[in-house]
Design a protein. Structure first.
Length: 276
């Protein structure tokens, strides 16, 4: 798609959301990954807008992804949460995955918090821990900005250094200490999926310096940096990656661990949102 067409589509999507929820300007956007959606139930004065009601938006087909925007107040901060996200493995293009990120930016969001469930490659991590994203390796083979670049939304060539904002990471680490959540900081590797990785792939990713792995986030973060949003990224470790301690992860394990970690995750996120 050309950037001009994308800009028109975004304008229509923004107009439809403003019509539904009034003129509140969200400051923080939060994308809630597998099993992490319950945080959106803490939003006050919430307006719910299903993805399918927003023009030009894809809809969520992944299990446990409700597939709606929740707009309101979380700890005195105006937020827009995505309760569920769009994934490449569902068949969405990189630009379709990125569309809601650009939409949140057009609505006024300056800071984006991305979350997901991930497998641990690093052997010192354990299921239930949180891993702050220090950096990422995009191994999806795709980039949402490819084909854009007439410089309306952003510059064609843009830096991905410090893509995960160092000062937001410092805030997150402090909040984790205060709510007593075990938080690591590592390199996240994002894949297209939907197959889980082979043990040989995990071994290779480990040598590249990856600490965690999953099937989302990288395209959203590239899209956010393209338009200059500050980004904080966090994974809930739901399993050891395939082959690590002989692990053979499956979807059930991912959801069971996410459900157990729910209250700690909500406490952590609430604290972070208060401080940014
Ligand atoms: N691999 C890929 N995606 C995932 C994993 C994993 O081990 N755990 C949660 N999402």
């Amino acid at each position: 798609m050309e950037e001009r067409e994308l800009v028109e589509q975004l304008a229509e999507a923004v107009a439809s959301i403003k019509e539904k929820q009034g003129m509140r300007t969200p400051q923080v956007g939060i994308i809630l990954g597998s099993g992490l959606g319950p945080l959106a139930d803490q939003v006050h004065d919430a307006q719910h807008i299903p993805f399918k009601d927003v023009p030009h938006m894809g809809h969520s087909t992944a299990t446990s992804h409700v597939g709606r925007f929740v707009i309101g107040t979380l700890c005195n901060t105006q937020v827009i949460c995505m309760q569920g996200r769009l994934h490449g493995y569902e068949g969405w293009t990189a630009q379709e995955v990125a569309f809601p990120v650009w939409l949140m930016h057009e609505l006024g969001v300056q800071t984006l918090i991305v979350t997901n469930a991930a497998g641990a490659i690093n052997k010192t991590y354990r299921p239930g821990d949180i891993c702050l994203m220090a950096d990422h390796i995009n191994f999806t083979g795709r980039n949402p900005v490819a084909g854009l670049g007439n410089e309306t939304l952003g510059l064609r060539f843009f830096s991905m250094k410090d893509a995960y904002d160092p000062s937001l990471r410092a805030v997150a680490k402090q909040c984790a200490r205060e709510v007593d959540v075990c938080m690591h900081e590592g390199v996240y590797l994002g894949l297209l999926g939907p197959s889980f990785e082979t043990p040989s792939e995990i071994e290779a990713f480990s040598r590249w310096g990856a600490d965690t792995v999953a099937m989302s986030v990288v395209e959203e973060v590239i899209a956010a940096r393209y338009v200059g949003m500050r980004v904080l990224g966090m994974s809930l470790i739901t399993n050891m990656a395939c082959g690590v301690f002989a692990a053979n992860p499956d979807e059930r394990e991912v959801f069971d661990v996410a459900a157990q970690a729910e209250s700690g995750f909500i406490a952590l996120m609430s604290k972070i949102v208060q401080r940014i």
